[in-house]
Write a protein that binds this ligand. Structure first.
Ligand code: SIN
Length: 544
């Protein structure tokens, strides 16, 4: 399968093409340069437009006194609700501290405590203070700034902005040897072109725009994951969409990216209250307001369902230095007419993070040779059914470095793309809003067979709206359609509730479902799924 697009009118070449300029893409690119390979870094809008910049809370790493990678591993496994790949978690937590030190060496500046040590805070699911933060609640912006500065200083990395990746190019063996992409540019690189490479790394981030309300920016349409699906790779764990519990509620009709109220606010003592003003999390979990994210999001949804309200309250009035500790959140609340130092903040869950993605091994390799995937686009298995707060920037740092090492050790020569005669698809962007609404209605925090069946039927009807007008809107919409279909199919199949997947008709966790659902599409566009045992090596059991 491939997206309908014009034939490439221009060509570029680099040893490695990295798609995406968040923490995962930038880290991978910089580490690849340590091996003297050339990099073409492709990004859909401006280099700093992705999700990384929006990350508030921080980076989790066992750096504090009394903390250990073992303890971080335990917390990650508990949050992951039985579906983590233990080996992937071990890699994440044991290589995490060194990856953070490297980030600091690259120029990232984190907030310090009064004694001059790195200040560590807590978020949901962590039994220790282990979250590094920068600028109070602007951690992602600082990480992005530092990595971009390093990238700009490196002549071996060419950055191509306003470039939407379309599809993978394969050689006669079926290995990935480049991508097609569309650039809104000037001069020779304008319109559809091809970038040839000895290895391709997808780091396009999340897919939050599949839903009506999300914390993700508008660029988060999951383009890389959809590309990998069409190229024949498996996706896994895609039913586990994490809904962030505390997103500023700014009205029912609000669409697209919504303002996040970081878990770190609860880490500093803020309390969730229902509309009667009662604190409710203490009755639900021993960690109360700092329970793992899925548990908090579910309880908020229960409170909203039982009271018929559209939000609950977050009481942060007891945090004495709120404006200094959370300057971004403070300003964003003020912009919406709420002063969090004296007023309660209305919050509701919204789609935040895809715990699943393209199934990869511990070196970021997908089942298609030549195609690597890193960060939120990937499913390493480190997150299981629910990612632990602030493990995502860490994953980009750790696995970006591992991918670079693997590429350097095994990179093939350039090869020519084979003429593709695969089936073309392109959907009319007119369906985008209906798709997002159907997903929020039927495949949101609470799902059931009935709601998912209805959503799948809506998606099938929307897929009849095809178009010949290839442009950014139609490519993105088609990508959203693939991802929505994958999410709904997996959510239907998983007849239990676990982590961030909550089925009203199967409210309990089932041991029989300690398994991973893989999905793929064949060259005719037919979907199939496979129930896989846990374990990272299974990525290669489903070869192209
Ligand atoms: C937050 O600051 O609450 C978000 C952190 C994360 O998603 O890990």
């Amino acid at each position: 399968m491939r997206l309908r697009a014009a034939k490439p009118g221009w060509s570029a070449k680099a040893d490695v093409v990295v798609i995406g300029s968040g923490v995962a893409g930038l880290t991978t690119a910089l580490q690849i340069r340590a091996h003297n390979l050339s990099v073409l870094l492709v990004t859909k809008a401006r280099v700093d437009s992705g999700s990384t910049k929006w990350a508030q809370g921080g980076i989790a790493a066992a750096l504090g006194p009394g903390d250990t990678p073992d303890q971080h591993e335990k917390d990650t496994l508990v949050a992951g609700a039985g579906l983590c790949d233990v080996n992937a978690v071990k890699v994440l937590v044991s290589e995490g501290p060194e990856a953070v030190r490297k980030l600091i060496a690259r120029g990232a500046v984190f907030d310090l405590s009064e004694t001059g040590e790195i200040a560590l805070t807590r978020e949901g699911g962590h039994l220790r203070n282990r979250i590094l933060h920068a600028g109070g609640d602007a951690t992602g912006a600082e990480v992005s700034r530092a990595l971009l500065a390093a990238v700009k200083n490196d002549n071996g990395i060419e950055v191509l902005e306003n470039a939407l990746v379309i599809d993978a190019l394969k050689n006669e063996n079926g290995d990935v040897c480049g991508v097609t992409l569309h650039v809104i540019g000037a001069g020779t690189r304008d319109g559809v072109g091809q970038a040839l490479a000895r290895a391709v790394v997808i780091a396009t981030g999340g897919l939050g725009q599949v839903f009506s309300q999300t914390t993700n920016p508008s660029v988060s349409t999951g383009d890389g994951v959809a590309l990998a699906l069409r190229a024949g790779a498996d996706v896994a764990d895609v039913e586990f969409i994490q809904f962030h519990p505390t997103v500023l509620w700014i009205g029912d009709s609000s669409r697209g990216q919504q303002p996040l109220i970081s878990e770190a606010v609860r880490g500093e003592g803020a309390i969730l209250k229902n509309l009667k003003g009662e604190a409710f999390m203490k009755y639900v979990h021993p960690l109360a307001d700092l329970a793992p994210r899925d548990i908090v999001a579910k309880e908020i949804s229960r409170q909203m369902l039982s009271s018929g309200s559209k939000h609950v309250w977050l009481d942060a009035t007891k945090i004495p230095d709120f404006p200094e500790r959370f300057p971004t959140i403070y300003q964003s609340c003020l912009n919406h007419g709420i002063n969090p130092t004296i007023e309660l903040i209305p919050v509701a869950p919204a789609s935040h993070y895809a715990s699943g993605g393209v199934r990869v091994d511990l070196f970021g390799r997908s089942a298609i040779p030549g195609l690597y995937v890193c960060g939120e686009s990937a499913c390493t298995g480190a997150h299981g059914a629910n990612r632990l707060a602030s493990n995502s920037l860490l994953e980009g740092l750790v696995f970006g470095a591992r991918i670079a090492e693997n590429i350097a050790a095994s990179i093939p020569e350039f090869s020519a793309p084979k003429q593709s005669n695969s089936v073309e698809i392109l959907l009319d962007p007119v369906i985008r809003t209906a798709l997002q609404q159907a997903m929020s209605r039927g495949a949101g925090v609470v799902r059931s067979k009935e709601s998912l069946d209805e959503t799948l039927m809506t998606l099938q009807k929307l897929a009849l709206f095809t178009t010949n007008e290839a442009n950014i809107d139609s490519w993105e919409t088609t990508n959203l359609y693939y991802l929505a279909t994958a999410i709904v199919r997996s959510a239907l199949e998983r007849s239990e509730s676990r982590g961030s997947h909550w089925r009203a008709d199967f409210p309990n966790v089932s041991q029989a479902w300690e398994k991973r659902i893989h999905q793929r599409i064949d060259s005719n566009g037919t979907w199939s799924s496979e129930i896989a045992e846990l374990g990272v090596t299974d990525v290669f059991s489903t070869t192209k």
